[in-house]
Design a protein. Structure first.
Length: 206
């Protein structure tokens, strides 16, 4: 299938998607907000006054959901390689969190305190070749887990997108070694044909 035809098919699917239409109607930045809201509805992740790190944040749907749910009574640090429009209670850092300078900005934004929640909706640029895309996706979730070691408080929580495939089961086992409870979920807002699931890990152990 040619590139233009693929793009047309994607646009048609977007226009038919009820979550896309609902996001536009209600002023959410992306349909991804419904994935987090459905996870939060089951796990009750959010509470006022918490500190949150949002990885792969742009265009900002997850940060938007958290700050609106908590009426801005939280501190969110949103990181992405792409720019993102401002949101209440959100500090946006544009850059690669693997770099020392960006990590220093993150710590400064959290005022030297650890985070209560690390959340990541990061995904690689999709090539369409699973042998290429899956290792890229696994690298991103491993980076997110590594950041928990840098910035998550004991007892804190971790939520990340995970693509099922080579390496995903080993990753889940690695997370279980660091958290008391680990759950893998597929929110209703995730497309049925996608290998995307979300891992929710509670009560981080040092």
């Amino acid at each position: 299938m040619s590139g233009p035809r693929r793009s047309a098919s994607w646009r048609e699917r977007q226009e038919r998607d009820p979550y896309v239409r609902e996001a536009r109607r209600d002023g959410w930045r992306s349909r991804a907000v419904f994935k987090l809201s459905q996870i939060d509805g089951k796990e009750r992740l959010l509470r006022r006054g918490m500190r949150v790190i949002d990885l792969g944040a742009a265009p900002g749907g997850w940060s938007q959901y958290v700050t609106e749910k908590l009426d801005g009574q939280c501190r969110i640090v949103a990181l992405d390689l792409l720019p993102m429009d401002a949101l209440p209670a959100v500090t946006m850092i544009q850059g690669d969190f693997r770099e020392d300078a960006v990590l220093a900005q993150l710590r400064a934004a959290l005022e030297g305190e650890p985070a209560d929640l690390v959340m990541s909706d990061m995904a690689p640029n999709i090539s369409g070749t699973r042998a290429v895309d899956q290792p890229r996706a696994m690298h991103l979730v491993e980076l997110a887990l590594d950041l928990c070691g840098e910035a998550l408080r004991p007892g804190g929580d971790f939520v990340t997108k995970l693509f099922q495939g080579e390496g995903s089961e080993a990753f889940i086992r690695a997370v279980r070694e660091r958290f008391d409870r680990v759950r893998v979920m597929k929110p209703d807002a995730s497309r049925a044909a996608s290998r995307e699931v979300y891992l929710v890990a509670r009560n981080y152990r040092l």
